[in-house]
Design a protein around this ligand. Structure first.
Ligand code: SF4
Length: 294
């Protein structure tokens, strides 16, 4: 069996970003979720900012993010994130958040303000948002879509059968599909993305079904990765997928019509986000021109 090796190289870019992020008092999901790609991503100047604090109102059973009662949101945070993007000279930014069920709109307006602040201060920057489900509130979703992110990601995380076991009781498989589908209805040109964590006890057929459901919801970019237990408090790993299985799922994903598939044990939603976005744009444009005969 092919082993997955972590190459850790702490370069100057990583150190700069780390210093800046802590001096601005903003959180990154890279640190909070113990992402295995932190050195590679930060080292190449790509980071995922986590807005609205580091404490989540939900308790998904695979997730390492702190759970509890979150702090009030910082109204200046959108500008702090925009400033950090500028200082670091980033051209592609991913913004995500914890779930904020304590806020009437789930934090949608704060997301929208952050997207606008980043774009206003950094013309030409591409913004990807990885959003919560806003408990299925479509008006909240519209606020985010109207702020014109370049990519909207929302994760179904697991297959239908395992959703009640793996995700918080307020999440839902169909609710997540609804959010992804509706985002495309609000803006058909918006690129959408979703991730499935493998190794939580799903069958191969269930993975294929989840992929098909995402494709039917119009999702463009699919991310498949291996679940790794962050601590004994989270669910145990039920299966370690082989690299060949990831490759097979990648091929199946392309046959289903996804514009881009990231299938790798260490992939996370924002891993290689810029590459996935650029490739998806190219393939969607190629598909459109072949349809129109040009
Ligand atoms: S919603 Fe679930 S996966 Fe997301 S940060 Fe909260 S606990 Fe983690």
């Amino acid at each position: 069996m092919e082993k997955v090796r972590l190459r850790v190289s702490i370069n100057q870019r990583y150190l700069e970003l780390s210093k800046l992020v802590s001096s601005l008092g903003i959180a990154t999901v890279c640190e909070s979720a113990l992402c295995p790609n932190i050195f590679e991503c930060w080292g190449s100047g790509v980071a995922t900012f986590m807005i609205m604090g580091d404490t989540c109102t939900r308790g998904c059973r695979f997730c390492y993010v702190k759970k509890g009662i979150p702090q009030p949101i910082d109204p200046l945070e959108p500008y702090k994130v925009a400033e950090a993007v500028k200082k670091l000279g980033l051209d592609y930014v991913t913004i995500t958040s914890v779930d904020r069920d304590d806020l009437p709109d789930g934090g949608a307006e704060h997301f929208a303000r952050t997207i606008r602040a980043v774009k206003d201060l950094n013309p030409g920057v591409r913004v990807e948002v990885l959003i919560p489900d806003f408990r299925g509130d479509l008006d909240a979703l519209k606020r985010v879509v109207d702020a014109a992110p370049d990519v909207l990601a929302h994760n179904i995380e697991t297959v239908r059968r395992l959703t009640p076991l793996v995700r918080d009781w307020r999440a839902g498989y169909d609710q997540s599909l609804k959010i992804l589908k509706q985002a495309k209805i609000y803006n058909p040109r918006l690129i959408t993305k979703s991730s499935i964590l493998l190794g939580l006890g799903e069958t191969w057929e269930e993975v294929i079904e989840a992929m098909r459901d995402l494709r039917e919801a119009g999702v463009d970019i699919l991310v498949l990765s291996q679940y790794m237990r962050p601590s004994p408090k989270q669910l145990p790993v039920a299966k370690v997928y082989r690299i060949e299985e990831f490759k097979e799922l990648e091929e199946i994903g392309y046959k289903m019509g996804f514009s881009y598939v990231v299938a790798h044990p260490l992939a996370r939603t924002s891993y290689k986000a810029r590459e996935a976005y650029l490739e998806a744009v190219k393939r969607i444009a190629g598909h459109a021109s072949s349809q129109s005969g040009f």
